[in-house]
Design a protein around this ligand. Structure first.
Ligand code: PLP
Length: 387
C-alpha cells in the first residue's frame, strides 16, 4: 500500500462505509437462515430482507414490491432489456444511446444479433441527446427506450423527465440505467415516471456484487435467471442477504448525505476543476458543466496521453481513471468521448476524477499541487507542442 491514497475514482467503485459493514455483520454470523424458509429462524432473516427492500424503495420513491434484488448493475440492465424484449417477437425495436455503459450497449448488440431492431442515438459535443431525434426514432415496432440517467465518464445528466414524457405519450416502455445517479442526485420514480430503473450497490458505498432493478407494477418481464420463486418469481436464486442488507443501509445513508453530495462535494469538484483549468496548459472539460453529477469531472489535456498521466498520478497515490479503454488492450479513446466528437488530440488525454463524501479538502490540494507539473512534463515530451 502507498503511504498516501487520494481516491478520486468513485465512479469506478466506492469505499464500503463502516455503517454498512456493521449492518451486514450479523448476517455473516448468527443470522444465516434462508429467507424463503417457513421456520422462524429463516423468517427473521426474511424480515430484514423486507426492511432492506423498503429502504431501497424509499430512496427512489418506489413501492417495496417493485424492487428486484440482483447481483450487480450489469445484471439489472440485462434483466431490464432482455426481460422486456423477450416478451416480444424478434423484429421489435429498442432505442438506446451511443454513450451507454457496456452493460447496456452490449446487451443491445446481442439482442440485435438475435433479430431485434436496435437504434443507437448519438449525442452532441456536450454529451446531450437530440430529443426531437428520439421522438422521430420511435416507430410502431418500438417497445422500449433505454437512456442512462447520468453518464459514468462525463457525469452528464440526461433529461429523464422529458424522455419519460415522450415515451409515455408514444406508449413505449422506458428503462434508465441510474447506476451513477442513485445516491448522488435525487432520483424519484413517482416524480419522474420511468418504467424500469437499474442501480448498483458499489457505487453508493455498499459492497460490490449487489444491485437492484425497479420494475413498475404493471410492467411484464421474463426473468433472466429462471429458478425458484424468489423476488416475486422475477429472479431465481437465494438472495444474498448480507449484501442486500448492506445495500439497504447504504440507501438510507445516501438519503441522509444527499444534500452534502450536492453542496460540499460539488464545491470540492468545482475547486479541482478551476485549479486545473488555471494551472494546466491545454486542459478542457468534457461534457456539459451545468447538467452534471456533483462528483464528476472529466478533463482532457491536449497532446498528452491519459495513461501516462494516470501512471504518474498513481506513483503519488492518486487514483483516477482514463476515458480510454487501455485496459481492454485498445488505445482507442472511450466510446463516450468519441461519440461527443472530442478531437483526437484531446480525446487521448481524457481523465475522470470522481469524488465522494469521503473526499477531503486536503485531497484536492494534493492533486492541485502535483498535477500541473505532471502535465507540463508530459507536454514537453510531445512532438506536437511548441512552448
Ligand atoms: N451502468 C453504469 C452507468 C455504470 O457506471 C456501471 C459500472 O461502472 C454499471 C452499469 C455496471 O454496474 P456493476 O459494476 O454493478 O455491474
Amino acid at each position: 500500500m502507498k503511504e498516501r491514497v487520494v481516491y478520486l475514482d468513485n465512479n469506478a467503485t466506492t469505499r464500503v462505509s463502516p455503517e454498512v459493514v456493521q449492518a451486514m455483520e450479523p448476517f455473516l454470523g448468527d443470522m444465516w437462515g434462508n429467507p424463503s424458509s417457513i421456520h422462524t429462524f429463516g423468517g427473521q432473516v426474511r424480515q430484514h430482507l423486507g426492511h432492506a427492500r423498503e429502504r431501497v424503495a424509499a430512496l427512489i420513491g418506489a413501492e417495496p414490491e417493485e424492487i428486484i434484488f440482483t447481483s450487480c448493475g450489469t445484471e439489472s440492465n440485462n434483466t431490464a432489456l432482455k426481460g422486456v424484449m423477450l416478451t416480444r417477437d424478434p423484429g421489435a425495436r429498442l432505442i438506446t444511446t451511443a454513450v451507454e455503459h457496456p452493460s447496456v450497449l452490449n446487451v443491445c448488440r446481442y439482442l440485435g444479433s438475435v433479430g431485434f431492431q436496435i437504434a443507437e442515438l448519438g449525442v452532441d459535443g456536450q454529451g446531450h441527446l437530440d430529443l426531437q431525434q428520439l421522438r422521430e426514432s420511435i416507430d410502431e415496432h418500438t417497445v422500449l427506450v433505454s437512456v442512462m440517467w447520468a453518464n459514468n465518464e462525463t457525469g452528464v445528466i440526461f433529461p429523464i423527465r422529458e424522455i419519460a414524457e415522450i415515451t409515455k405519450e408514444r406508449g413505449v416502455l422506458f428503462h434508465t440505467d441510474a447506476v451513477q445517479a442513485v445516491g448522488k442526485i435525487p432520483v424519484n420514480v413517482q416524480e419522474v415516471p420511468v418504467d424500469l430503473l437499474s442501480l448498483s450497490g458499489h457505487k453508493l458505498h455498499a459492497p460490490k456484487g449487489v444491485g437492484a432493478l425497479y420494475v413498475r407494477k404493471e410492467v411484464k418481464l421474463v426473468p433472466l435467471l429462471h429458478g425458484g420463486h424468489q423476488e416475486g418469481n422475477r429472479r431465481g436464486g437465494t438472495e444474498n442477504v448480507p449484501y442486500i442488507v448492506g445495500l439497504g443501509r447504504a440507501c438510507e445513508l445516501a438519503q441522509k448525505h444527499m444534500e452534502e453530495q450536492q453542496a460540499r462535494v460539488a464545491a470540492l469538484r468545482d475547486r479541482l476543476e478551476r485549479g486545473i483549468l488555471q494551472s494546466c496548459p491545454g486542459a478542457q472539460i468534457n461534457g456539459d458543466r451545468t447538467q452534471r453529477l456533483p462528483n464528476t469531472l472529466n478533463v482532457s489535456f491536449e497532446y498528452v496521453e491519459g495513461e501516462s498521466i494516470l501512471l504518474l498520478l498513481d506513483q503519488l497515490g492518486i487514483c483516477a481513471s482514463s476515458g480510454s479503454a487501455c485496459t481492454s488492450g485498445s488505445l482507442e479513446p472511450s466510446h463516450v468521448i468519441q461519440a461527443m466528437g472530442v478531437p483526437f488530440t484531446a480525446a487521448h488525454g481524457s481523465i475522470r476524477f470522481s469524488l465522494s463524501r469521503y473526499t477531503t479538502d486536503e485531497d484536492i490540494d494534493y492533486v492541485l499541487q502535483h498535477l500541473p507539473g505532471i502535465i507540463r512534463r508530459l507536454r514537453r515530451l510531445s512532438p506536437f507542442v511548441k512552448e
